[in-house]
Design a protein around this ligand. Structure first.
Ligand code: ATP
Ligand code: MG
Length: 424
């Protein structure tokens, strides 16, 4: 047989897993409503320029990880590697600046990055993305962090850690850059080649390097806190105070950076102790100069993106609940070929009345059909043979207890319909 397989780094989410994904999205959706965020659906591809400007030419994402191609009209198109730039583009395109601010939006969907596939790292992966646009108030940063933490709490994740930093702003960052430059310049020999190249372009990104040698060097690097301007310092203090008030614990880490000019002030990540190397479930922060970078007016914003593939991995690892696995209420069983149409009619009637029902379409024995009912985890088998057909009845068998009773056809819906939870 020909090699039929999906491209490297992408995967199918099959029924044994998809119901768990649905559970996660339900929890996210409910939490979004509670926090006043509205869902939007954004395109999976955009003009390449949006990402080059909105994420930054000098980032790994734009330099190495984008799926970019020319379409048939010779336009450079890129499959979205993240959603923030699209969200800001959408806000600007639809004149949302005239609405009461901030405008609070979220979306969910696949993102695409050409990365080295490994556990928790794929070339197509899912994010839920929340953005609050149009307010510079630090309480909005606190809301964003609280919202991400609340989603994880509702999903039952523990062993989480919020890591917080401020990356300053175009007023104070140049001074910090200079101090970092001086610091790393005298330790150049200990840095990896990539970081050597970063020294002049963007020394902040050396702080982010995952290589052990570079990490050791950055241990002693000057912290940005000493360089923050009054505005950034006040903002940072207000965010920390807000998190204290909401009893959200966090750890400060001055190496958490977003090395581009349009990322300002707050930067944060949520890490999981259960994930190993790919340990970030969520990353976010403020980007007060991003709207301008993509060609719009000044629109402050703050947001986060959480990786659904990784959330699911952590939930599995920590034994979290995904709610009830979908199952059938009833499975129609025909005792003879002549009864199959009656079973089909019954199953259709059940479905139209809100009962999850299915049946066997082969000419299989009763034993095989009952086995299929159990495999599908049906609660009841609804059995029809010649006797039942003549009397207008159905034999309803409780597959958990084995108890069976014969009831009138019109009573079957009531007998097998799932009771609303709490109505015992
Ligand atoms: P990392 O340092 O792990 O590469 P990142 O900084 O590139 O993460 P962000 O751009 O902040 O990640 O995206 C937010 C979240 O999306 C991450 O915290 C992670 O949960 C998830 N994510 C990012 N890249 C991938 C990927 N290739 N596969 C699966 N999930 C991913
Ligand atoms: Mg990455």
């Amino acid at each position: 047989m020909a090699d039929i397989s999906a491209p490297k780094g992408v995967r199918d989410i099959l029924p044994d897993e998809s119901w768990k994904w649905a559970y996660i999205f339900r929890v996210v959706q409910e939490t979004a409503l509670n926090f006043g965020y509205s869902e939007v659906h954004l395109p999976l591809f955009e003009h390449t320029e949006l990402f080059a400007r909105g994420i930054g030419d000098a980032t790994d994402v734009v330099e190495k990880e984008m799926y970019t191609f020319l379409d048939k009209g010779d336009r450079s198109i890129t499959l979205r590697p993240e959603a923030t730039a699209s969200m800001v583009r959408s806000y600007l395109e639809h004149g949302m600046g005239t609405l009461p601010q901030p405008v609070k939006l979220w979306c969910a969907g696949p993102m695409f990055r050409y990365e080295r596939p490994q556990k928790g790292r794929y070339r197509q992966f899912w994010q839920v993305d929340f953005e609050s646009l149009g307010s510079a108030n630090p309480l909005v940063d606190v809301e964003i962090i609280a919202l991400s933490v609340e989603i994880f709490r509702r999903l039952g994740l523990h062993q989480l850690e919020v890591v917080l930093n401020s990356v300053g702003c175009p007023v104070c960052r140049p001074g910090y850059r200079e101090r970092l430059h001086r610091f790393f310049e005298s330790r150049l020999d200990d840095l990896c080649d990539t970081c050597k190249g970063r020294l002049d372009r963007n020394p902040l990104r050396i702080l982010d390097c995952k290589r052990e040698g570079c990490k050791a060097v950055t241990e002693g690097a000057p912290a940005i806190y000493e360089c923050l301007c009054d505005d950034c310092r006040d903002h940072f203090d207000a965010v920390k105070k807000g998190l204290h008030r909401l009893a959200i614990p966090y750890r400060l880490d001055n190496r958490l950076v977003r090395g581009l000019d349009y990322y300002t002030k707050t930067a944060y990540e949520v890490l999981s102790g259960s994930l190993g190397a790919q340990n970030a479930v969520c990353g976010g922060g403020r980007y007060d100069n991003l709207a301008e970078a993509i060609g719009g007016p000044h629109v402050p914003g703050v947001g986060f993106a959480a990786g659904v593939d990784r959330i699911l991995m952590v939930m599995e690892q920590e034994g979290c609940s995904f709610g009830a696995e979908p199952s059938l209420d009833a499975y129609g069983v025909a005792l003879d070929a002549g009864s199959r149409e009656s079973v089909s009619d019954l199953v259709d009637h059940l479905r139209r009345n809100g009962v999850a029902a299915d049946m066997d379409y082969g000419n299989r024995s009763m034993k095989t059909q009952l086995k299929a009912a159990s495999q599908r985890r049906a609660r009841y088998a609804c059995i029809i043979g010649e006797g039942e057909r003549q009397k207008g009845t159905v034999s309803v068998k409780d597959l958990a207890t084995g108890e069976q009773r014969e009831i009138l056809s019109e009573d079957v819906v009531a007998a097998v319909r799932p009771r609303p939870s709490g109505d015992e």
